[in-house]
Design a protein around this ligand. Structure first.
Ligand SMILES: [Zn+2]
Length: 433
């Protein structure tokens, strides 16, 4: 098969005051790669770790804490080192001499999550927010790789690298461009508009179940997590009295069994959310916007904000392997809207965890109701973003026993044959734990 990927080198016009942010991003990115390499190489007894998942599970939390990089860049640093470790292992197997991979070349890996690629500029994630860099384009780009691939709408941006030339003090994007018009493209998960879309909605909670999905899965135990956090704070508090008056709980520095339990719990929850998405053939997972959630929260605010952010990041990096997109939507009215008839009213809540629509009397678990609204919000966004050429590819929410599209049409899933299973049709059935 013909290789449809071309790499195009384009010089970037980086605002002078932002150059340092890029250099620091590179330093921290290489720190992630080198830390991973050190860990993975002949660890623990002459065994090299070549599983990205294993490396991410072992190192992700630590590297997120040690750096100011976004989740995606940390993950890219880990993966880069694991790729290099794999090559090293291959050389070892052939009896060739090799050593632990070292990363010192100026290079940072960017993909669609850590960068937004445009035809005339790129927006790069850094240790200090995003930086916008214009491309330095030739006067006459035709017949150059830039004109043929970078400016060509038949090519899309793939994982690219940012590099730096010390002799000229210039930044370059090595953009990998992939042809999108090939037949083979229809069978890959990466693009594009004319694709079938199914959204899993996830509602996160500070008590009861940590996460509730639009498919009716109740995942994790937020109450147990709160208990563990209080236990941790108790120990921590008594330690602090004897030492310093700094009262800031640094969740990141928690290093006892409660903290490990919480991180494990978040990993377990993220795995279950992904199972749910895979089992229902989802292409997207929708969460509420976590910054907004933070402002709603009472006690333990920082902890919940941290836990929700971590859970989102775990889901995001694990989802990438399956080509599932993870997105955030605004939480406005997701808890007040009836997922059956659309009637929105604050009186629709009977109690904290029970939703009863005042108009159609639809009654169900309040978090489950919210998760369906969250799925629908992302669906609406995806739908409105579709180009006309996509010809209205099917868009739907994944529900317990089938799918629901934006017109309110419900399609029961073929394998949903369980007798008496509650459907998501507008009925008064209660879906509880
Ligand atoms: Zn209703």
């Amino acid at each position: 098969m013909e290789d449809a990927i071309r790499t195009v080198k384009v010089k970037l016009n980086v605002p002078t005051e932002r150059c340092d942010d890029l250099h620091q991003t590179k330093d921290q990115f290489l720190h992630c790669a080198n830390t991973t390499s050190e860990w993975a190489w002949r660890h623990p007894n002459d065994y090299c770790v070549t599983s990205k998942q294993k490396a991410e599970n072992a190192l992700y939390d630590r590297l997120r804490d040690e750096t100011e990089l976004t989740a995606n860049l940390v993950q890219k640093g880990i993966r880069r080192a694991i790729e290099a470790t794999k090559s090293g292992v291959a050389r070892l197997e052939k009896g060739e001499k090799t050593s632990q991979p070292q990363f010192d070349a100026w290079s940072v890996v960017y993909d669609k999550r850590s960068a937004t690629f445009h035809r005339d500029h790129v927006s790069l994630s850094t240790v200090n927010g995003r930086v916008e860099c214009d491309y330095v384009l030739p006067d006459d780009p035709e017949d150059t790789p830039i004109g043929e691939y970078l400016l060509n709408e038949d090519y899309e941006f793939r994982m690219s690298t940012l590099q730096y030339d010390r002799s000229t003090a210039s930044f370059y994007l090595h953009a990998r461009m992939r042809r999108t018009t090939d037949k083979q493209d229809q069978f890959t998960t990466t693009s594009d508009d004319a694709k079938h879309r199914t959204v899993l909605g996830v509602d996160l909670n500070v008590d009861g179940s940590l996460a509730v999905t639009s498919t009716g899965a109740f995942i994790g135990n937020a109450d147990e997590m709160n208990h563990r956090r209080r236990e941790f704070e108790k120990t921590r508090g008594s330690m602090q009295q004897t030492r310093t008056r700094s009262a800031h709980l640094s969740i990141q520095s928690m290093n006892d069994r409660e903290h490990r339990w919480i991180q494990d719990e978040l990993h377990r929850a993220s795995n279950r959310i992904l199972d749910e998405a895979r089992n229902h053939g989802c292409t997207h997972i929708a969460f509420e916007n976590l910054t907004d959630i933070r402002t709603r929260m009472g006690g333990g605010k920082r902890f919940h904000a941290w836990a929700f952010r971590r859970l989102f990041e775990y889901v995001e990096y694990k989802a990438e392997m399956d080509g599932i997109e993870v997105a955030r939507v605004s939480p406005a009215y997701t808890s007040q809207r009836c997922s059956s008839c659309g009637f929105t009213h604050e009186g629709n809540r009977r109690s904290k965890h029970q939703f009863v629509c005042q108009k159609c009397e639809y009654e169900l678990n309040a978090d489950y109701n919210a998760s369906k609204n969250i799925a629908r919000k992302l669906l609406k966004r995806l739908h409105s973003g579709q180009t006309s050429s996509s010809g209205g590819a099917p868009c739907q929410c994944a529900l317990k026993s089938g799918t629901l599209n934006l017109n309110g049409e419900f399609h029961a899933s073929v394998d949903s044959t369980v007798e008496g299973e509650s459907t998501d049709k507008p009925t008064t059935s209660v879906v509880g734990h």
